[in-house]
Design a protein around this ligand. Structure first.
Ligand code: FEO
Length: 397
């Protein structure tokens, strides 16, 4: 890819990963970028690096602008390996005067790379350094999404380099949001938020309040993944506010897996009844839907309805996988119910109920179990459960 000037004497020099499809369990169908930024000032400064196997891309981009050994400062906004993976090689090549990181960043760098000889310089929220014409002010953003995470703000450029926050997993030749279709960017941004940041919603609210309080003059937000917000940063700031306030709509999800179609037919009956009551519903079959896509839909839904037959006194493996993933991302403020068919033991509903209780999902019903293949009477119970769920969703507003 081409280096991109994003501000006077400030360039995107990162890497585009067109091929990656899995990001520790999150399906990224359109790849991603690892954004790094280079400030050409009296102190030449590189903000973040890239994933280890993209070292050559970073080097290629740096060489288009400078001799990389002339870099004076490195800023490590985040230690996760997609941004720091090639730090050892870069430090060996550049021999920087200083490597700036947050207090938790220092700890994480030492624990990842075991190099106490690196010239780490710890900076805290509000600390500033002068590069020459440009100043960098740091803002710690703990648990957004790691303890070490921080932002770098350059007031002279009205630029916020925001680490993982406000990013999207999408590989493009374009570098700015305004060069592509906004709707698609927002779909990627929502999926990114839902799968990476949603569990830290209270921290997002605090951060947005802090940014407002500091009255930072910002006309560009440059994340470490995806496209850069240029003049349209309010769109993503408002979306993060909405998402982190956990605003929901009148929507229910029926998330299920099936063995011999009985649980599928129950799912259809329940979803049909929810829809008939005027509540939006989506059926999400775990056999064909990736867990991370379901998380995006969960962002604004009110009811989670889980379906699995009983298999070997338990639930189907894909449901087990999904509940484990969802539990880690801590959905809040949802109501739920479970259903499923069984042959002789029938533990699945109890297991799904317990999983929901463990996630603070409010159970609306003890759950619906059907032996083998549903009868008309069983379908009537499915419809009644759907109506009950729809009523609860409407009650929430
Ligand atoms: Fe993109 Fe948390 O690393």
């Amino acid at each position: 890819m081409a280096i991109t000037k994003i501000k006077d004497d400030l360039y995107w020099v990162g890497a585009v990963d067109w091929d990656v499809r899995d990001f520790h369990g999150y399906a990224i169908y359109k790849g991603t970028t690892y954004n790094a930024y280079l400030a050409l000032d009296e102190k030449i400064t590189l903000f973040d690096t890239v994933k280890a196997n993209f070292y050559e891309d970073l080097l290629f981009h740096l060489r288009e602008l400078i001799d990389p050994t002339k870099i004076d400062y490195l800023v490590v906004n985040h230690v996760e390996m997609d941004h720091s993976g090639c730090l050892p090689k870069i430090i060996e090549l550049v021999k920087p005067e200083k490597v700036f990181c947050s207090p938790m960043g220092e700890k994480a760098l030492l624990e990842h790379f075991h190099r106490p000889d690196w010239p780490l310089q710890v900076v805290k929220s509000g600390d500033s350094i002068r590069l020459g014409k440009k100043t960098v002010t740091f803002l710690e953003t703990r648990m957004l999404h790691w303890p070490d995470s921080m932002f770098s703000y350059i007031p002279e450029d009205k630029l916020l380099i925001s680490s993982d926050a406000f990013g999207q997993h999408v590989a493009t030749a374009e570098r700015f949001v305004d060069e592509v279709e906004l709707g698609e960017v927002m779909r990627h941004a929502a999926k990114y938020y839902a799968n990476i940041l949603n569990l830290f919603a209270p921290n997002v609210q605090k951060l947005l309040a802090q940014v407002a309080e500091l009255k930072l003059d910002i006309d560009m937000v440059a994340p470490d993944h995806g496209l850069i917000w240029r003049g349209n940063q309010q769109v993503i700031l408002e979306a993060y506010d909405r998402w982190s306030r956990r605003e929901t709509t009148r929507k229910a999800l029926v998330i299920y897996d099936s063995m011999w179609h009985s649980t599928t037919s129950m799912a259809k009956a329940i979803a049909g009844a929810i829809s008939r009551e005027g509540v939006a519903v989506k059926m999400m079959n775990l056999a064909v839907t990736h867990r991370s896509d379901i998380l995006t839909e969960i962002l604004d839904c009110r009811a989670l309805v889980f379906g699995s037959p009983t298999l070997n006194n338990g639930i189907l493996p894909r449901m087990g996988d999904f509940l484990t993933y969802l539990k880690g991302l801590r959905p809040k403020g949802k109501v739920g119910a479970a259903f499923g068919s069984f042959g002789w033991s029938g533990e699945a509903v109890k297991i799904m109920n317990e999983a929901m209780e463990g996630m603070d999902v409010k159970l609306l019903d003890p759950g619906l179990k059907v032996r083998n293949v549903p009868t008309d009477e069983d379908f009537a119970k499915c419809k009644a459960l759907g109506a009950k769920i729809a009523a609860a969703v409407k009650e929430l507003g």
